[in-house]
Design a protein around this ligand. Sequence first.
Ligand code: NDP
Length: 419
Amino acid sequence: MSRFSGFYKKTRQERIDILNQERMLQAKTVEILRKNQNLPENIAGKMAENHLGTFCLPFSVVPEFLLDGQEYSLPMVTEEPSVVAACSFGAKIIGRSGGFTSDIQNRLMIGQVALYNVAEPQVAQKNIEHETATILSLANQAHPSIVKRGGGARTLRTEIKDQFLIVYLSVDVKEAMGANILNTMLEGIKDYLEEISRGKALMAILSNYASESLVTARCRITISSLATSAALAQETAEKIALASQLAQIDTYRATTHNKGIFNGIDGLVVATGNDWRAVEAGAHAYAARDGHYRGLSTWTIDREELLGQMTLPMPIATVGGSIGLNPKVQAAFDILGQPKARTLASLIVAVGLCQNFAALRALVTTGIQAGHMKLQAKSLAILAGATESEADIIAQQLRKEQHTNLETAKQLLATLRGN
Ligand code: NDP
């Protein structure tokens, strides 16, 4: 039996102990978790302007997550009840069918210099393309340390769009997300581009549409594992496939379908100190790549199996930005087993697919409210002013009520206290 079985019923300290034994955590990580260390004041004040303090969210873990034959524990930061439970449930079912697999087509970040007032755009375009080697070399000279790390500017292409001549630069940023690296390089080539195009540079900036950092995650779930009866399992699989088709054609559903995917993705992206705005922006652009906003994942039936698949741009880092500054982020990387950026990117796409599976399964069977409100009830009890011991009682009572809202929680608390 897994050491993680019944993990959700353990105390916080017991969970840390199990995680420590199973994932061989560093002593520093155990200390951070035991003492619940967060971002120190003095560091927070250097990270953002006008700072008044720090802001906390629950830091949780999905204990067993199988990707490419290896088991991981995934740290998740989320304020939304039921996300971690649903993900753990999805990971368990998919794990029984062999877990997730992933592949990465490329890992380059793209930046752009937008030129305008170019007198002869076609001539300028030819001049720039002719000077590709010089431009790549200038970009690398602007950020020599990334070249020493084995990365650097790789390719350049140009496009004329209305009054703009746009130069796109692709860079291997190794373990970084690369925004600052790219921006430095782009500013390094801007003057030369103005000179040879005889135009003006409007801006030189990274693009968050990381279309050369695509990551695919897949899973094959044995349909019979979806329910205790074969007929219900088949029906569930068919309904999940139908739900996937609905998300391809209806924007209202696609948006919610993708929000559910980001319940998982953002949890892991935030826990690892990465830029979730960058990940979100890139993925939503990718969801609309053919001009129609669609669900990011697809689910199809292949004989006895339900196949899930999702491809996303994943501009993720294991170094740089604020990653080294937050003790919880350091703990998150240790819990993950200190992955390289490629593995982390794969885990993030796979967790999105996992979360999507759990949501769709609930939606087409019991509906999501049953599970969601169970956990929401506890938050409502606390919001109503219940102490920790009162919260469990109020949450239980709330679940029997017709209206699970704050008002009902307050009334139940007043009754419990004899007011
Ligand atoms: P950094 O500016 O922190 O650069 C990463 C640094 O990490 C590199 O310069 C490098 O330093 C160091 N490093 C150490 N080991 C490695 C390694 N193995 N591979 C690569 N680099 C290594 O971060 P990024 O350039 O990645 O930019 C990300 C930050 O920029 C995020 O905080 C993001 O929020 C922010 N940002 C985002 C924008 C956007 O998304 N549009 C725009 C502007 C900023 P060394 O010099 O020693 O090589």
